[in-house]
Design a protein around this ligand. Structure first.
Ligand code: AMP
Length: 193
């Protein structure tokens, strides 16, 4: 049983690592980006509202995002633990997550911060644009997403560092190598499967 957050800039490898860690710990990986993309694909009301923000590389408003996460975390599979990938991204979302956890008498175990330098991020995101054709992986939108991350999300790391919750992990290297680093850092904090 473990409750984790994965924080890092776009392109740091959060999605890939989230899938590996979810498998390892037997918990759901909950990606707000994936949930938004699925809603866009299915043209739901939420998807229609989120799309314009996503296409600009900007954050979907906190009210919509918070509601989605509160609902998702109430599902049975998330009661055995969870890994949140891409949430929280704003201070308001941190407050909401604190409240959700408080309301259900739970607490966060660790925050994994994945790092990678700016050139590497742009290189990876541009490569992904070719492979996956994501509408927000165009050069302008990539730049916007990176600056929105720096402005709105990077400051959250300090909040969690001050709570003693952050394991900082170098996101450069093979997938298995990075997964190994994360698992080791969590084990050192007393969390293993
Ligand atoms: P991601 O796949 O995590 O990079 O997310 C893709 C896009 O979905 C982001 O650029 C945002 O537009 C939106 N999004 C995902 N997670 C959040 C969040 N926690 N808060 C606001 N917007 C989000």
């Amino acid at each position: 049983m473990i409750r984790l957050l994965l924080i890092g800039p776009p392109g740091a490898g959060k999605g890939t690592q989230a899938a590996e860690l979810a498998k390892y710990f037997g918990i759901p990986a909950i990606s707000t980006g994936d949930i938004f993309r699925e809603n866009v694909r299915n043209e739901t009301e939420l998807g229609l509202k989120a799309k314009a923000f996503m296409d600009r590389g900007e954050y979907v408003p906190d009210s919509l995002t918070n509601e989605l996460v509160r609902d998702r975390l109430s599902k049975p599979d998330a009661q055995v633990g969870f890994l949140l990938d891409g949430f929280p991204r704003t201070i308001d979302q941190v407050t909401e997550l604190d409240q959700i956890l408080h309301d259900s008498n739970k607490k966060l175990d660790a925050v994994v911060q994945l790092t990678a330098d700016g050139d590497e991020l742009v290189r990876r995101l541009s490569g992904r644009a070719l492979e996956q054709g994501r509408s927000d992986d165009t050069p302008d939108v990539i730049q916007r997403r990176l600056s929105v991350y720096e402005e709105q999300t990077a400051p959250l790391i300090d909040v969690y560092v001050s709570r003693g919750a952050v394991a900082m992990i170098d996101g450069l290297g093979d997938v298995e190598e990075v997964t190994g680093r994360i698992i080791e850092a969590l084990a050192a904090r007393g969390f293993s499967k």
